[in-house]
Ligand binder design. Sequence first.
Ligand code: NAD
Length: 490
Amino acid sequence: MRDFNPDSVAFAKGHFIAGAVIDEPGERLTVARPSDAADYAELPIASVETVDRAVKDATEAVKRSGWATRPPRERARAMQRWADLIEAKAEELGQLEALGSTRPIAQAVTGDVMGTAEGIRFFSEYADKLGGEVAATRTDHFGMIVSEPYGVVGAITPWNFPLSMASWKVGPALAAGNAIVLKPSELTPFSTVRLAQLAVEAGIPAGIFNVVQGTGAVTGDALSRHPGIAKLSFTGSTRTGIAIMKAAAESGIKPVTLELGGKSPQLVFADADLDKAANCIAGSLLANAGQACVAGSRLIVQRQVADALVAALKSRLARVAPGPTWKSSTGFAPIISELQARRIDTILARSREQGAELLLGGSRIEGHGGAFYQPTLLAGVTTENAAVREEIFGPVLTIQSFETEEEGFALADHPEYGLAAGVYTADLGRGLRAVRQLKAGTVWINRYSRTLDFILPTGGYKSSGIGKDLGRQAVEANLRHKTVLIDIGG
Ligand code: NAD
């Protein structure tokens, strides 16, 4: 991985509809680089009419190209060629991702781009392994459950891992035989267009993967309401998830998959390997500077090991390598925007007014142009404290302690969120009791964070979401099921 010059990266700045980059006159958004806050591009905002055009073109493309009806191996092969091309262009795609997002180049190439290619490969393998069921009916009948693609599905993605999040939506949708219209975040819009261009270069028919650019209020809303979108998948904040569900419901009936926010606990028992726990917890907090939905942002630790664990965390969090995302030496991500950094400031100030005690960090890392935040530890917090309740989306860890297992499980439970949880213990029975007790879509034991095991679905309990990304479940969610009953006589 080499450093690169952010001013020398070339990329398409429009929508990608029916296989072509399309610009449109009208209102534009200025897009800034998180690393140095410099404005670097203008973005068109897809109007209701442009979204309509993209959906209609995608509907035509499904018919014209036979994407859903061709031999499924062909679909698998096209997606695999696409994955190979993504890998071959890893440096280029990684630069584009690093340029406009919070992802440092070294992580963008080896993590985001390679993970995207492998994820597309994983989903491609479903293309010819889907089918239906023969049902147990009376023997003079023959009953089947047949699965079919929806046609055109919609997706709306966030800014924190633009390529990965797009691939989690596009992979299962295309493998199942659908076309997709995707709106990336207006903060990180460009790498998704390159991903779609590569799909066409790899032989996926034009119009099967379309990208519409714009704001949530205009473009995202139009996509959510469009009657030609048969199914909608969203990743982002819980607040937006609610707005999208409402908009979708107001315009008809369509299933909605929602991957939303989190406030995930890290529950550490006294018998745990503290070194390992400290590595996992620090790693989760530092990853993308805490701007990850599954960030394990609430430490809940058994009292007798609390001091030792906090000391181990402090030493791991004290040294970070902030810098521009185009430097290969950068290891610690910027905050996506000044607005988001101010939000972190505000929650921290409220939390401290409510009695939180600062053990580490608590302010900006100055001198980089963009907004960077120090890894921050907050003790002396109750379940009512702002920093414990609200998703901060920054490198902030709250610390609470407990005596008994029951108290630990009770503190781990969040009133609103249930995305993921980490449990650290040497007692297998306790680990399994935690699995039963914790209301979270993912429970990690003696480890934390996702792996490249795409077979494991991800999604939330409670207000962290509905449905799953990844795994067989994501493919199933892109199919609908038809019941067939045939009178065969006899
Ligand atoms: P966000 O909700 O602000 O925006 C996400 C997307 O929704 C963007 O593309 C935005 O333009 C669009 N949008 C905004 N308002 C809209 C509306 N009214 N109608 C339609 N679309 C609209 O989220 P964000 O700040 O981009 O991302 C951070 C959030 O995403 C965090 O809450 C994080 O936890 C969540 N997230 C969840 C997962 C998961 O798998 N559960 C993964 C990554 C991020």
